[in-house]
Design a protein around this ligand. Structure first.
Ligand code: KIV
Length: 276
């Protein structure tokens, strides 16, 4: 590619066309600097509603608002040149029905520039997904564990063992038939996610769903080890940035207290020395 060739951003049809190919790489992003780090390496930067727990200290994603998603969505889109932004529709912004969902999705897309949204739910959201996709809103579906329903599910459990497997398979087929361009499988047992991946013609993106999915997604703060106290089984830590940051902050605090920071090289002299 020549230096003048413009980089074309990834779009939903490109993601759909990747079914069965090189696995899709997806990470969450919530800020412009994080999006800039994710952009060269990932196909999708997901502005997940996990932002509520990760950056705002909320106990679940239930309290996340449209305003938060617009703010973080804009910031992420500003940091991307190649990867595609997908924005989560927050709890309460789409469940009433297709019209409410369209208004919310159109606002998220118009105010952030993201070309696609993600929403949680299978069979019961199929009508809404069909309504959105028929009207120019590309939808990534999210089934299995759907964190916005934590209060009815009773926790962040694996979904799809034993009798539940047929329901998760039906959800996957329903969102595909409704026009979703891809589907996230969260905390679905690996055998089932493999069968769903084999039966669907749209890509599956797994989180805690084993290696057979068409792609993988993780929350970026989890895989960078920014939390010290949160270690779900499905997260591999590729770095320990939380420990690195803790050590750096401790060093800074000690140096400020000892008056060894700032050193002369960090200060500005009163008089500029004339150059010889
Ligand atoms: O909100 C989020 O980060 C997500 C991913 C975990 C899939 O939905």
């Amino acid at each position: 590619m020549s230096a003048s060739t413009p980089i074309r951003p990834v779009l939903p049809p490109d993601i759909k066309a990747r079914k069965g190919g090189v696995p899709l790489v997806v990470l969450t992003s919530y800020t412009t600097p994080m999006a800039r780090l994710v952009d060269p390496h990932c196909d999708i930067a997901l502005v997940g509603d996990s932002v509520g727990m990760v950056l705002h200290g909320l106990p679940s994603t239930v309290g996340v608002t449209m305003e938060m998603m617009v703010l973080h969505g804009r910031a992420v889109v500003r940091g991307l040149t190649k990867a595609m932004a997908v924005i989560d529709m927050p709890f309460g912004s789409y469940e009433e029905g297709p019209q409410q969902a369209f208004r919310s999705a159109a606002r998220l897309m118009a105010e952030t520039g993201a070309p696609a949204v993600k929403l949680e739910g299978g069979v019961h959201m199929a009508e809404t997904i069909a309504f959105l996709t028929a009207r120019g809103v590309p939808v990534m579906a999210h089934i299995g564990l759907t964190p916005q329903s934590v209060n009815t599910l009773g926790g962040y459990k694996v979904v799809g063992r034993d009798d539940e497997a047929a329901k998760v398979m039906a959800d996957a087929k329903a969102v595909q038939a409704a026009g979703a361009f891809s589907v996230v499988l969260e905390k679905v047992p690996e055998g089932l996610s493999g069968r769903i991946t084999a039966e669907l013609s749209i890509p599956t993106i797994g989180i805690g769903a084993g290696v057979d999915c068409d792609g993988q997604v993780l929350v970026i703060d989890d895989m960078l080890g920014l939390f010290t106290d949160f270690r779900p089984k499905f997260v591999k830590r590729y770095a320990e940035l939380g420990k690195t940051a803790d050590a750096a902050i401790a060093d800074y605090a000690a140096e400020v207290r000892a008056r060894t920071f700032p050193a002369p090289e960090h200060a500005f002299p009163d008089v500029l020395k004339a150059k010889p």
